[in-house]
Ligand binder design. Structure first.
Ligand code: HDD
Length: 697
């Protein structure tokens, strides 16, 4: 009797990415999609040497037909993204709190695929606008795929999914003109959010340095919502998920972000690609905040409200495993573009909470995948296919690749003697049987009504430097807003967050006077203590590992100093990029050639975490009055970077107007041991003491 089942087959050669590759490495003959060898791929078929092209030309028609259909709709949000493969490794059994298979055994690994993204920009936009970053993780567990579709910010703009289309419409390009794209600095965005006070907490995060990360490798990730963990005994607890980067958190400064977008619009994806290719595998720890209903009931805010966090000081984050990204994709479209995350993809031992944002997402993601990928069979695309056995009776539809054999395509049936796939209450997914009673109603719970207290808590948890960045970001964005009433409305909200912040923003906007504070449904609580874990700078890694040192060299550069610097950087786990007057590189003092990675105007200092200006007398002339070289040091200085320099570089600092300003973050490098001292200083990442003395950037 035929068994009726789908069983996750190995994808057949030809359906995946292997069509052009010869197993033997020798060149294969070019063929059509039908496998017909092609004799001439340069010329279409025509009647007579200079006559019209023939409709009959099946080779050209097939090629152009395929080309015409190469694009699928880009994601309506998070269109620009970058994915990579890796694995998740579980630290210890969590069987006491969840029966999710992935968390049962210490040291066990499951494959993972992660896609990072910006939210607002279209697919071809730059990597470094001020924006939230998506952090979507697909874990191919033995009990099915679990997608944790999060962001690098633990809260969200809205509380109810019904407002998501409004939020996204307001934030993306304005509908009449089609711009600005990839940024929130425009009227519609600020109009909407200032009319939605629930977005205040998220706005504080979005205006903080979190929204301009140095790279994906230096970001936290958050599941945002409260989920449920359920153990074998059926006991449920709430859980919030956190990803903590092994290399620590780091962001750029705003003026730097603006320049990076021009110098290298692919800054983040290149960084990820390069790190994985050189074996420096990006790593995060998965941490959980687990709490019971009793905690939820007495917590100051509603744990179902996605505009709120639970401070780590209140419920510590317990590390439970690590995520390592160790393989770039073979094909961007096949994997990164076609990967389909769905918040509804959870596994036994995990359940949703009643967060109305999450509940709405569960509808939206499945729906959007059908639109984007065009078929309910998108789970058969290799990157989306589970890596555990699958058995079901769903079949047919566009692009069905794995229709089962046999006669039975329904259940129950008598064709398989009861051996075909059947439900199993012992191992099957189960929902937490939460008691629900009450009236069906379209309301927002009053427990969601405090919109300012955690916004204030976030702000007071930041260092002075970070607070200044937040104020500057509000000023920048609101200065792009044409309508003054919208600017005023934002300041009226800020007055409910922090008076100094409101004053600073009002001053930055040149407002003649402060508006009245916005009417608050619930007055701001001032008793919530600062949560130091919310600051990036208070939690620095104390390491330069994974960072990039840019070394500007001239002809005749001191070979010893250069190799001392390189050695010091490498022993810190950093990489070095050589920037030279020409991409041909330079000849060092000992006659050896030093290859360049960048010509100076293609490798501005914004691309590096710290810089060294290793100029020798011989080659100084070429750089001292060279605009891009001046910008190199000027920007590094203005962005509070650590700068190493040789004495022969001083005329360049002079020509950049910096000679008299050199401070403790500018370190002279005369002998090899200075290189080590310099790299030690770089562990601080930025010389923030300088921020007050440089022009605002
Ligand atoms: Fe969403 C994509 C994260 C709210 C509807 N979302 C998307 C992606 C991420 C998030 C990371 C990109 C996935 C990928 O790389 O392919 N979204 C979030 C977070 C939210 C959130 C953290 C709030 C906590 N999203 C949200 C709501 C809705 C959506 C409330 C709809 C009601 N999101 C979508 C979507 C997208 C999406 C339209 C676009 C492309 C896709 O799903 O696959 O369905």
């Amino acid at each position: 009797m035929a068994k009726s089942k789908n069983s996750n087959p190995e994808y057949p050669v030809g359906a995946g990415g292997e069509i052009h590759q010869s197993a033997t490495g020798k060149s294969d003959t070019l063929t059509t999609q039908q496998g017909v060898p092609i004799a001439d791929d340069q010329n279409s078929l025509r009647a007579e040497r200079r006559g019209p092209t023939l409709l009959e030309d099946q080779v050209m028609r097939e090629k152009v037909f395929h080309f015409d259909h190469e694009r699928i709709p880009e994601r309506v949000v998070h269109a620009r993204g970058f994915g990579a493969h890796g694995y998740f490794e579980n630290y210890e059994s969590l069987s006491d709190i969840t029966e999710a298979d992935i968390f049962q055994r210490a040291g066990e690994q499951v494959p993972a695929f992660v896609r990072f993204s910006t939210v607002l920009g279209n697919k071809g936009s730059a990597d470094l606008p001020r924006d939230v970053r998506g952090f979507a993780v697909k874990l191919y567990t033995k009990q099915g795929n679990w997608d944790l579709v999060g962001n690098n910010i633990p809260v969200f703009f809205i509380q109810d999914a019904i407002k998501f289309p409004d939020l996204v419409h307001a934030a993306k390009q304005e509908p009449d003109r089609g711009f600005p794209q990839a940024q929130s600095a425009h009227d519609n965005f600020w109009d909407f959010v200032t009319l939605m006070p629930e977005s205040m907490h998220m706005l504080m995060w979005a205006m903080s340095d979190r929204a301009i990360p140095r790279s994906f490798r230096f970001m936290e990730g958050f599941g945002v919502h409260s989920f449920r963990f359920i153990n074998k005994a059926g006991e449920a607890r709430f859980v919030k998920f956190h990803w903590k980067p092994a290399l620590g958190l780091q962001s750029v400064v705003w003026n730097e972000a603006l320049k990076i977008n021009g110098a290298d619009p692919d800054f983040h994806r290149r960084d990820m690609w390069d790190a994985i290719q050189r074996g420096d595998f990006p790593e995060w720890e998965l941490g959980v905040q687990v709490f019971d209903d009793a905690f939820a009931d007495q917590f100051e805010f509603d744990v179902l409200d996605s505009t709120k966090i639970i401070p780590e000081e209140q419920i510590p984050v317990k590390p439970i495993g690590k995520l390592v990204l160790n393989r770039v994709v073979d094909n961007f479209f096949a994997e990164t573009e076609q990967v389909a995350f769905c918040t509804q993809n959870i596994v036994r031992g995990i359940d949703f909470s009643n967060d109305p944002l999450l509940q709405g997402r569960n509808f939206s993601y499945l729906d959007t995948q059908l639109k984007r990928l065009g078929s309910p069979n998108f789970t058969q695309i290799p990157v989306n296919a589970p890596k555990c056995p699958i058995h079901h009776f769903q079949q047919d539809g566009h692009m069905a690749m794995t229709n089962p054999r046999g006669r039975a395509n329904y259940e129950p049936n008598s064709w398989d003697n009861g051996e075909g796939p059947r439900e199993n209450p012992d191992t099957g997914f189960r929902s937490y049987p939460q008691q629900i009673e009450g009236e069906k109603q379209r309301v927002r719970s009053e427990t969601f009504a405090d919109h300012y207290s955690q916004a204030r808590q976030f702000y007071i948890s930041q260092t002075d430097v970070e607070q200044e960045h937040i104020a500057d970001a509000f000023v920048f964005e609101l200065s792009k807003v044409e309508r003054e009433d919208i600017r005023l409305r934002m300041v009226s909200h800020l007055l409910n967050v922090d008076q100094d912040l409101a004053n600073n923003v009002a001053q930055g906007l040149g407002l003649a006077s402060l508006p009245e504070p916005a009417k608050a449904a619930i007055p701001t609580r001032t008793d919530l203590p600062a949560s130091p874990k919310l600051s990036i700078l208070l939690n620095g890694p104390g390491s330069f590992k994974g960072r990039k040192l840019g070394v500007l060299v001239s002809e005749g550069v001191d070979a010893n100093l250069f190799s001392a610097l390189k050695d010091a950087a490498v022993s810190e786990g950093a990489t070095v990029a050589v920037v030279a007057p020409t991409v041909g590189g330079v000849t060092a003092s000992d006659g050896t050639s030093i290859a360049a990675n960048e010509k100076v105007d293609g490798g501005p200092s914004v691309l590096f975490d710290a810089v060294v200006v290793l100029i020798a007398e011989e080659g100084a002339d070429k750089l001292i009055n060279h605009g891009p070289a001046r910008d190199f040091v000027n920007d590094a200085f203005a962005h509070c970077k650590f700068i190493g320099y040789t004495m022969d570089a001083l005329p360049l600092f002079q020509s950049a107007g910096l000679e008299s300003k050199l401070d403790a973050g500018c370190i002279s490098i005369r002998k090899a041991s200075d290189a080590t001292d310099f790299l030690n200083s770089c562990k601080e990442l930025r010389h923030w003491e300088r921020q007050g003395s440089v022009n605002k950037v």
